[in-house]
Design a protein around this ligand. Structure first.
Ligand SMILES: [Zn+2]
Length: 59
């Protein structure tokens, strides 16, 4: 299971406005060769910029 959940705030700097927290919109699974990974879809609560990050399972 991913440790990330929709609605959660994570420490990450927005590339547009440099706000230092991003909100998780959703988390989807991705098969990366034989390892599981997650795509964490995030949005800046200040300017609304969308971004995503690939996270290996367990992080
Ligand atoms: Zn922003």
């Amino acid at each position: 299971m991913s440790n990330y959940q929709a609605g959660q705030l994570i420490k990450k700097r927005c590339m547009e406005c440099f706000h230092d927290e991003m909100k998780i919109l959703k988390v989807t699974e991705k098969d990366l060769n034989e390892k599981n990974a997650y795509i964490v879809w995030i949005q800046c609560p200040e300017c609304g910029t969308n971004d995503n990050e690939l996270k290996p399972e367990g992080l």
